[in-house]
Design a protein. Sequence first.
Lengths: 269, 290, 427
Amino acid sequence: MTRFDRWLANSGAILLGLLWILPLLYAIWTAVHPAEYEARFVLDAPLTLDNFAKAWAAAPFARYFLNTFTLVTAILIGQFVLCTLAAYAFARYRFAGRDVLFALVLLQLLVMPDILIVENYKMIRTLGLVDTITAIALPYIASGFGVFLLRQTFMTVPQELDDAARIEGAGTLAILWRVYVPLAKPTYLAYGLVSVSHHWNNFLWPLIVTNSVETRPVTVGLSVFSTTDSGIEWSVINAATLMTSGPLLIAFLLFQRQFVQSFMRAGIK
Amino acid sequence: MQKRQWIHGWLLVLPAMVFLLLFTHVPALTTIWNSFFSTPRGRRPSRFVGLDNYDRLFDDPVFWKVLGNNLWFALGTIPVSIALAIVMALFVNRAFTGRSLVRMAYFTPTVLPLIAVANIWLFFYTPGFGLIDQLLGAMGFGQTNLLGSPDTALAAIMAVTIWKEAGFFMIFYLAALQSIPPQLTEAARIEGADGWTIFRRVTFPLLMPTTLFVSINAVINSFRLVDHIFILTNGGPDNASSLLLFYIYETSFRYWDTAYGATLTVVMLALLCLLAIGQFFFFDRKVHYK
Amino acid sequence: MLAKLIKGAAASATLALASALPAQAVDLQFYFPVAVGGGAAETIEALTNEYTADHPGVNIDAVYAGSYQDTITKVITAARGGNAPQLSVALAVDMFTLIDEDLILPFDDFIKTDEDRAWLNSFYPAFMENSQTGGKTYGIPFQRSTPVLYWNKAAFAEAGLDPETPPATWEEMVEMGKKLTKKDANGNVTQWGVRIPSSGFPYWLFQGLTTENDVILANADGNKTNFDDPKVVEALEYMVSLSKDHGVMEPGIVEWGATPKAFFEGQAAMMWTTTGNLTNVRKNAPFDFGVGMLPANKRRGAPTGGGNFYLFKGTSDEQLSQAVDFIKWITAPEQSAKWTMATGYVAPRPATWETETMKQYAKDFPPALIARDQLEFAVAELSTYQNQRITQIFNDALAAAITGQKDAATALAEAQAKADAILADYR
């Protein structure tokens, strides 16, 4: 690579980066300036934190945040437990119907609950769970992707380790917990990342099944907050967006290297 | 022993299967079943109508338009976001000052909820004082109305989708690039291959499994990502930017025509199954998952 | 089976809980649509708090549910899901839909005394048109609005127009619009004459034009539309001509949400939008502005709009009576005045305008009266059975004509045919 090539690639990278971060920069700009400067980018615009105060007062964002946090945690735990058990069976057990069941699992990679909103809503209604956080989580608790991914990882665990533990008298679950789970750590981290970012940002299904402040996740809260019949107030909406996405943004910033490495080791590539 | 394996296997799989069946497979089947019935309304119960809903589907110009839109949407967003993801991954796989900042920049769309950033894009696209028009205006161009004209509305939606997706896919490529042994590209370089040849002959083929994995994701997302439509266009003008899932939502939860919503969902299921079959064949030939 | 078990358990738990509580505890839940800016959410909260302070034992859970469209979607979703709110503010035009879904109750069952009857008759007739059908009252006007014309006085003066006189007719709007449309050296427009938003729900502002052209869009029974009436076609042609022939309005679909901002930024010298924006404009416009009635053509006119209170089926009589009591209280002149001043929505009863606070407010801010005075010319907002779908068909036709994909007559004829196919069931 010549010096010029390198220079070209670097400026390309930076330019693309600027383009990609522009929406975030705009969000920050509007959030810390009065509304008059939403469309006017002058350096001497006065700074203010009013927009954050306004957004905080106008909607229960702390509650929305808590709801999302509960939701994402519940889904993640559910997925880890259910997918681990199923993946272990698919990786190491022989039983009648295994291939059919695995095909059904793989089918969910494409036919995901997101598109079955009509029937899933009926199902939730039959269960009497409309407007609960459980209702938002249930369709995603078992994930075809998770089962598939963990099965791939478990299959790389040497059978000898399994056998050795068995000879020592460990039960099925103990083996799973002591041998397989520790070896699959990067997979859990990588899968967790995908799952959290997906459900943190999921909108359509929560929009359908929630009706109240007590269950609304951040995404629905933000949309309720920003779709108005008077004008759009970018400064306040963007302040709200930053407040609610801030923690996740910072977490990703701090751990980005680990994430990439876990993806690498998990073999998702 | 054999029997114990059986029981254990089933017990381990059971919890996950219950939820999968309850919220994926059973609803998929009841969707098909319900597409043969009429929508119950207040005082009128649902009744069997045979293929009436499908007749209506074939005569529904909005359905055909939305289906066409969705195909364009898939064709437009999938290759571009994958290509950009590869470019981004190649960019930040090298050392340079500001690398981690750039990497973060690429990744921000993954963290920001689409529903919220859609408002920001709405500002960018706003005629007159929006960012794009301010920039174009400074260069002497006139006003645009990207979201408000049927020729560009879908493209504007697609741009937001690409922005959202490319950074996420980049992570996968970055992981893949970092696990390619540097000796391989080094060897090619010694043989005198230039950068582009190395990429085409060595790197890209090694990225193939990732590309397949990512393309599955991209295909799914091209049917699933409709959040920004709620804010940007609501499917307009005259359904020019509406997608299949958005139309399903409108039909089922705004017009409360759940039977027709089910019929539309059947089309979506059929499309996805076709794609699934296609991709399984593709998978079989090109990639060997153990 | 599982569902039944869960339901049974939940029901018995609720029963046990209910019997443990003091008998007078009444819980009311209601949904309402609001805007971020207008201070509507805080006002509703302050009002409900005031009410519950006076009525110990009543709990009101006011849930704000987004835009009008989101709110009606949410209300129907919740009601169909078996947990309807007791009352709700939702689009007045969805009355037929809510009746068709068998979700709401008429207020007549709760009207017992003469005083109650007088209350029911104390609203502006223009607002009651969207609230009554078959001799029964299903909606009580609350968050009601009507579109008005806002104009930028500074821009008028700059263009050599009288800053105190808005256009009175369609022709004047075009003429003034031409003077108000400014271009830069490159020939690019920097200020448009007028802005009539057409995103989301274009039918509403367009109904201003049809009313002025002396035609109504749907019959009172909500089962027949007149989309292909020549006068409707003419109104649409006028709207299209504003950008196509006269060049006084931005071409393409004009975004509703960005409209106030465009007005503040000097992108448009006149805008048509809801009175619900009055407080927003008053707070944020960096120039002197005027508020006027929509310009007339064959007659003056405008649609009404906004939300009514509805009563939902599926709750106890005690809760419903309490809900009616709350609605009576919140629509009383004093409360209604607070609401109007905080948001700009039109107070729905003449009595409200007679209170001292309102008189003072109108004196300080005369534009507030425009909406009220326009009510005399106002008609019912387009409302039919399967309302969301019918209006969407109409919206699509308007969008097709505005973006030049179809001519007005074709687009409207197609829309009429589609609407007829759906509404035939209801005749």
